[in-house]
Every structure is written in structure tokens, then in C-alpha cells.
Design a protein. Structure first.
Length: 390
């Protein structure tokens, strides 16, 4: 049947640009990075700025709230919106939907508007939560990220996504809203617990495997130094990994993930499910390491990747200090099916449309597939159990 509808097409584009700083001691009175970002984009004489800090960071830097207040007082053009808010970090923050409403209420009570700034200092989970709260208050309060973990500085913190977990699934509620700036401060990495330093390295292995073979080889060369968190190679890992992620977002053709291809989620269909199945005992990066190993072995079983390359990948992950097995890998439903397999459908539902999974055709080159064989996944899981303990 025909249509009598009159159709008028409307087209417009919005350009996004934000700076990613690599610096040290962001709240030193001599460091102008944060002040320049805020005052350089605003015509206001006094810019209202709210700060939200990860409780874990405050434990390691107990004087941080005082330093923030001193910094704001030292730089003309900045006004502290209210007391620094402190939120317990880790994945639990993203599992508590009441925190979003609490933050929104505080932003409103502070009298903040779309020209105000929310500055979040913390790990990836807190950055996700606070970015979501800022993006949904007044339909968008400007936000600035100061990531404090390896994972946040080299991956999620330099991206454009915000969100929380809901309905038993990772990142079910959220927004695509880029930050106004990202400030990576190496001083926060110095005081980060070792487990969290290591967890962030998984994303470096991931992006190296899908985009940069020479970076993968550099990781192999520096594995022992990275395993003891030597500062110079760790700084380089963070910076190079962040730049690779930024390049993919800017030039991959789909920054807000409207399509079905997400190469930066290599290893993540299993990782997201493992986090949930382990009741978040696994850190995100620890789950990603297992997911990488699993999908690399699957790539070999599927005939995409030459045999033996999976051993090289697993060896690197183990040299960095990752455990490549968790009992959550083998949890089963009453019918005997591994619960891990449900992660594939949940991944497809979250993405929408056709299932698209990134696998490997060689180290440094990702390839997209639209089906995964349950039998081969089971073989890969069984192999991983053995390999992890080899």
C-alpha cells in the first residue's frame, strides 16, 4: 500500500572534541590543567564545580579533600559547589541504582546547571556512575574525568560511555556522552593496590591483539617489569593503550555504537558474564583476561588463528600475573548447560541486532564473526582449565 505521508528530512551533525592529559599531581597549585579546561571553555567569572571522589582513593590519599579545596581556592574562576562527595568504589557502586538519584539530588541542591562542572576522581565504576548521573541531570551537566586506576586511565576513562548495571546485566542503563576532558594523573597509579594495577593490563593485551602486533610484542618484552609494576613501562602501557582506544573511538566509524561491530569488546562477552557469575569477585580486568584467553583458543579451534598462538597469548597473561581460570567458568544450569554460554545472547541483546563477536585472524588483527559454536566454546573452556594450571 502507498502512503500519503509528507516526509521532511532533517539532518545535522555534532562535533565532539575533548583533551586527554597525561600529567602528575593534578591538584598541585602549580598544575593548571584542570583550571584551564574549565575556565578556557566558559565565559563565567565563577564556574560552579562539584567533586565526587572514590572512597578507595581517599583511603590511599587521606588529604585529598583538603587538596581539592585548596586547588579551587587558588585558581580564579572556580567555585566549589559544595562539600566533596565520597562514594564507595568498585562494581558495587554500579549495582546500586539509588546512588544515581542521590547524586542527581545533590547536583540540583547545589544549584548546578548545564554550564557547571562535575569532576569525578576515581576508578572506572565510579566514573561510569557519576558520568551517568551528570549526563541525566538537566539533560547534561558537563563532566570531567580524573581516572585513578590503570583500567580507567588506559580504557574506560578515555571513552564516551557512562552507565550502571541493572536487571542482572552489565551496563544495562547508561548514556553515550563524552567528557569535557580526561586528566590522567600518574600519582594516583603510585598508590593503587597491586591487584588493580594488574587488572588494567588486560585491556592493553586486548587492544594489542586486535590492533597492534608490535605493542603485543613490546608487552611480551616488558612482561616481567610490568608484573612488578615498574613505573616507566607501566606509564608507557597506559599511554599507548589509551591512544589506541582513542583512535578506535574517533576513527572506527561508530563512536556511539549504533552498529553491531565492537572490536574493543574482544573477550568481553565472556568477561561480562563471568563478573556476574562470580558475584563480582572477579575484577573487570581479571575477567577480561580469562575472556581473552578463551576467545583466542576459540579462534584457533575455529580455524581462524594459527595453532600455537593461543599458547603465546596465555603465556603473556600468566607472566603478567593473571589467573586464567575461575570456578564461575564451569557453573551449570539444571539442564547441564554452562551458564557462561548465556553471556553470548546477553551480549547480543545489549548490542542489539545481529550477534557480532571479535575474534583473531592473527596476533594484532581482529576479525568479526556472527556465530559461535557451543561445542567449540565448550572445548575452549575445557582446554583453558588445563592450560591455566599448566
Amino acid at each position: 500500500m502507498g502512503s500519503n505521508a509528507r516526509v521532511f528530512s532533517q539532518r545535522f551533525s555534532v562535533s565532539y572534541e575533548f583533551a586527554v592529559f597525561f600529567t602528575r599531581d593534578v591538584f598541585s597549585r602549580e598544575n593548571a590543567a584542570l583550571s584551564d579546561v574549565i575556565t578556557g571553555r566558559s565565559a563565567h567569572a565563577r564556574n560552579l564545580v562539584a567533586f565526587v571522589v572514590d572512597e578507595g582513593v581517599l583511603r590511599e590519599m587521606p588529604d585529598l579533600k583538603r587538596r581539592i579545596a585548596d586547588y579551587v581556592n587558588a585558581w580564579p574562576g572556580l567555585t566549589l559547589a559544595g562539600p566533596v562527595d565520597v562514594i564507595a568504589g568498585g562494581e558495587a557502586a554500579k549495582n546500586d541504582a539509588t546512588l544515581v538519584a542521590a547524586l542527581q539530588s545533590r547536583f540540583v541542591a547545589h544549584g548546578m546547571d548545564r554550564h557547571s562542572y562535575v569532576v569525578c576522581v576515581g576508578g572506572g565504576a565510579v566514573l561510569d556512575l557519576v558520568g551517568y548521573a551528570a549526563a541525566t541531570t538537566h539533560r547534561g551537566i558537563r563532566h570531567i574525568r580524573i581516572p585513578t586506576t590503570v583500567l580507567a586511565q588506559n580504557d574506560s576513562g578515555v571513552g564516551v560511555k557512562n552507565g550502571i548495571n541493572a536487571f542482572g546485566m552489565k551496563n544495562m542503563l547508561g548514556t553515550f556522552v563524552p567528557p569535557d576532558a580526561v586528566i590522567n594523573d600518574s600519582a594516583f597509579i603510585d598508590v593503587l593496590p597491586g591487584r588493580d594495577k594488574r587488572a588494567g593490563m588486560a585491556e592493553a593485551v586486548k587492544v594489542a591483539l586486535i590492533r597492534d602486533r608490535s605493542f603485543f610484542e613490546w608487552l611480551e618484552e616488558k612482561a616481567e617489569a610490568l608484573a612488578i609494576f615498574a613505573s616507566e613501562p607501566l606509564d608507557k602501557l597506559i599511554r599507548h593503550c589509551a591512544l589506541l582506544h582513542m583512535r578506535q573511538i574517533a576513527h572506527g566509524g561508530d563512536p556511539f555504537e549504533r552498529g553491531s561491530v565492537r572490536p574493543l569488546d574482544f573477550g568481553h562477552w565472556a568477561a561480562h558474564k563471568l563478573e556476574v557469575l562470580s558475584r563480582y569477585e572477579l575484577r573487570h580486568g581479571e575477567a577480561v583476561a580469562i575472556g581473552i584467553a578463551l576467545d583466542t583458543r576459540y579462534s584457533v579451534l575455529a580455524g581462524l588463528l594459527p595453532a600455537g598462538e593461543e599458547l603465546r597469548v596465555c603465556q603473556l597473561l600468566k607472566r603478567l600475573g593473571f589467573a586464567l581460570w575461575h570456578e564461575a567458568c564451569d557453573l551449570r544450569a539444571p539442564d547441564g548447560q554452562r551458564l557462561l554460554l548465556r553471556g553470548l545472547e546477553e551480549f547480543r541483546e545489549h548490542l542489539g541486532g545481529e550477534l557480532t563477536i571479535t575474534l583473531l585472524s592473527e596476533l594484532g588483527t581482529g576479525v568479526e564473526v556472527h556465530t559461535m559454536d557451543a561445542g567449540l566454546i565448550a572445548e575452549a573452556v575445557d582446554w583453558l582449565r588445563t592450560e591455566a594450571h599448566a
